[in-house]
Structure formats: C-alpha cells, structure tokens
Design a protein around this ligand. Structure first.
Ligand SMILES: [Zn+2]
Length: 90
C-alpha cells in the first residue's frame, strides 16, 4: 500500500512541476498539452528548453505552426507575409 502512495505523490509532484514549462511554452504560442507531458517527464530539461524557446509563428492561411524565417508555408504552400517588426525585435 505504501509504495502506491509514494508513487501517487511522485506522480502529482511531476504533474505539478510540468505545469511550469508548459505555461512558459504556451505563453510563447506553443501547445500546452505536449509541453506538460514533456515537463512532467523531464522537468529541468523542459524548463530550460521552454525558456530558450522562440516565439511560435502560425501560418495565417492554415494556422499550422511554422518556422520564424519561413517565406512559404510548408503545410499549405502559400506565400507568407513578412515577419512583423515586433517579432523580429524580440
Ligand atoms: Zn499554411
């Protein structure tokens, strides 16, 4: 019984720890769910990764995540507008 309790407590701590990198990543426009799992499993690595992560950019046509420097969307092949100055500055 006791080992199950310890397991549940550890799981809860990992789950709560995963919220931190997940919230940082989601503020930068990345999806919360996968980052929560990532943060729960590899807290320290995910936290550092979330902190150095760039702002996510989305295609205005198909809303798929794309690279900052992309000029053509790899998902829908449409031309993308030039990057907004606010994104370039940060
Ligand atoms: Zn697209």
């Amino acid at each position: 019984m006791e080992s199950i309790d310890v397991f549940v407590v550890l799981l809860a701590i990992c789950g709560l720890g995963g919220l931190l990198p997940a919230s940082i990543a989601s503020k930068k426009g990345h999806s919360f769910g996968p980052w929560w799992i990532y943060g729960s499993v590899l807290f320290l690595i995910a936290l550092i990764h979330a902190l150095v992560l760039g702002q996510a950019r989305r295609c205005p046509h198909c809303a798929e995540g794309i690279r900052q420097e992309a000029k053509v969307c790899p998902h829908c092949q449409r031309d993308l507008p030039a990057m907004q100055p606010s994104l370039v500055a940060s």
